[in-house]
Design a protein around this ligand. Sequence first.
Ligand code: ATP
Ligand code: MG
Length: 367
Amino acid sequence: MADVQLNGVAKAYGDIKIFQGIDLHIRDGEFMVFVGPSGCGKSTLLRSIAGLEEITGGELRIGGRVVNEVPPAERGIAMVFQSYALYPHMNLFDNMAFGLKLAKVPKAEIETAVRHAAKILHIEHLLDRKPKDLSGGQRQRVAIGRAIVQKPDVFLFDEPLSNLDAALRVRMRYEFAKLHEDLKTTMVYVTHDQVEAMTLADRIVVLSAGRIEQVGTPLELYEHPDNLFVAGFIGSPKMNFIEGEIIGADAGHALIRLSTGAQIKALVNGSTVKPGDKVTLGIRPEHFVVGGSENILQSTVTFVESLGSATHAYCAFPGVEDALTCEFDGRTKIRAGDVLSLSLPAEACYVFDAQGQALRRQGWGQA
Ligand SMILES: Nc1ncnc2c1ncn2[C@@H]1O[C@H](COP(=O)(O)OP(=O)(O)OP(=O)(O)O)[C@@H](O)[C@H]1O
Ligand SMILES: [Mg+2]
């Protein structure tokens, strides 16, 4: 067991700076998830922790020990990649035992470790098989098993489920949650999947272009995104944004004239803005209410997607360029061309100042 501390960690390839000055403390036993757009540096950061990439600045500590100069094999970490990278000519047992054999661990100990990992992962009956005779999910389990037998202080996972089909991902997501519960080992997990991030993480790190935008629990990020980037990144379908201008504000609310012409009230701390300031209103698709009595906006439905459990309606608002996404109960009967009177509950609204920084929500979002 170990914590991971990054102090001003930087990485560059020649002149190309991938990230600079990353400060982050991953607590002992924590399940930390990295998310961010493609190319923002998630894998590079993970590989830097693993020691597969050399950092070009700052200090990295694992379990209190500075590991900047420590080779990967001596960092107490085990990493699982998206591509399982199994040895095709070895059976599962040998695939999992390989690292321990190299480390000259006694045979009986290897036997116990491999059988224990196989039991946790429900692949005991497959130990004689070669990787080619397995399904994708089973191969991924072997890759995880190979990490477990090393009894690392920290697990590093880089999109471990992205090669699996949807049903298997759900099942493996559950297995990861159980694995963490059983082992209680520190885990750092990179994913593109919103649901994986929200359900697995103790805390999520949102990265963009090599910078940390925010670190927080899944619900903190959902309820209180620090800025427009995090607001737009966390949540699926994405949060909608409408430009507007402050008409009046105090510590408990902001009155905003939207580009649609409508005037709406948002329950946010408006003590840092004044009339005339440009702001952006954020409203999550799931927070629009058909009918309702406050903050009414008229819109025309342009397109409808029925998902069964939910209905997504793309709605055009006057003065707003792109259609906004509204999510309703799956039984809602809506068709393209319908004119909807939508209300935005004042406590559901998010407001961002001209710099994109969030005004603190005062209603629902009270953590
Ligand atoms: N050897 C290299 N030389 C120069 N740039 C590199 C090198 N390896 C990676 N990069 C760049 O570093 C940036 C971060 O890459 P990284 O693989 O960490 O992104 P990521 O967040 O994991 O993306 P994805 O979600 O697509 O996996 C990218 O812009 C990439 O092009
Ligand atoms: Mg990556």
